[in-house]
Ligand binder design. Structure first.
Ligand SMILES: [Zn+2]
Ligand SMILES: [Zn+2]
Length: 337
């Protein structure tokens, strides 16, 4: 049996260890990739700490995967060995459940996520469903493509499904792994772009990322600051902080939307009274399908949007992950193999 190197975590909260593991050949409708890059996403923390149901241990994290097709399973005729592809949060769907039959594949009841339903991309090789593959355009490197499968598609897809039109004010709450892409996408989509973050440390970066305005959430009332700019049509909540998201609601323009994508189990402290008269909505947005990931990468090529990445070899995955846990990670750390 051929083997490859992969990061493994033996049990909840355990250390990231590099191990030699068996390489699984692709089954029907699957492909095997030689992984070349994998982003370290904030959500990886939740996996390591057992925050999702039915995780199988040992766990190999990683759902921002880029690589090259090494082997095709039976029935895969729309991809070829050597194709460059990405696999993000959307790790496959069944095409048979009710949501799939309605065409909303991201809500597949049998949907798969790399690292959750099969070993993820902190590895030299992954075996994945072919319907999870997004083609990488030649203009993007594998390391640039990897974060587009989760952080990229989540922010891009959320923003393009709001009712904001070019010229409208859109605020991005949080200037981190998701937010630094959200700012770039919002600017490229033609929105008057507002960054909101704690302190002034991110102000300069936010401007470089395209923000027209910067609000330091520690220096006063965020909603008042948004209203002083005229009110936001959309706030994209990328920070996994329920209170910080709630603090923006009073800054929405009439019929505005708070779109939540920052993962937190905490309840949003927002009262119906705040929503009713101005007719506000609060919605969640999942990431996007393989096709949405392709759209994200296409838009990134057109607009010049790129994740700000720091590359780290797979052997140093534990170090990259520790930086994330301790909140001192770069905007996006991408493991390279
Ligand atoms: Zn399905
Ligand atoms: Zn992610």
């Amino acid at each position: 049996m051929p083997t490859h190197q992969a990061v493994r975590i033996q049990s909840v909260g355990g250390p990231l260890e590099l191990a030699e593991v068996e390489t699984r050949p692709p089954g029907r409708d699957e492909v095997r990739l030689t992984v070349t890059a994998c982003g370290i996403c904030g959500t990886d923390r939740a996996f390591v700490h057992g925050g999702f149901p039915n995780i199988t241990w040992p766990l190999t994290p990683g759902h921002e995967i880029a690589g090259t097709i090494a082997e095709l399973g039976e029935g895969v005729d729309n991809f070829a060995v050597g194709d460059r592809v990405a696999v993000g949060w959307f790790g496959g769907c069944c095409y048979q459940c009710d949501p799939c039959r309605k065409g909303i594949f991201i809500h597949c009841v049998n949907g798969k996520v790399p690292s959750w339903h099969y070993p993820g991309g902190y590895a030299e090789s992954v075996t994945v469903p072919a319907n999870a593959l997004a083609r990488i355009p030649s203009e993007l490197t594998d390391a640039e493509a990897a974060p587009m499968g989760c952080a990229g598609v989540t922010t891009y897809n959320a923003l393009r499904h709001t009712k904001a039109a070019p010229g409208d004010r859109v605020a991005i709450l949080g200037v981190g792994g998701l937010g630094h892409l959200g700012l770039q996408f919002a600017r490229a989509m033609g929105f008057e772009t507002i960054a909101i973050a704690r302190g002034t440390g991110k102000a300069e970066d936010a401007k470089k990322l395209g923000a027209h305005h910067y609000i330091d959430s520690t220096s006063g009332d965020v909603s008042a600051a948004l209203q002083a700019l005229g009110g936001a049509t959309v706030v994209l909540g990328t920070a996994g902080n329920a209170q910080a998201m709630a603090d923006t609601v009073g800054g929405l323009a009439p019929q505005g939307e708070l779109v939540t994508i920052g993962v937190t189990p905490d309840p949003l402290p927002i009262s119906p009274v705040q929503l009713i008269t101005p007719g506000l909505s609060i919605v969640g947005h999942p990431s996007g399908t393989a096709k949405d990931v392709e759209d994200t990468m296409h838009f990134a090529v057109l607009s010049g949007v790129r994740a700000w990445i720091e590359e780290l070899p797979l052997a140093r995955a534990a170090e990259g992950y520790a930086a994330l846990e301790q909140g001192r990670a770069h905007y996006r750390t991408v493991l390279t193999m």
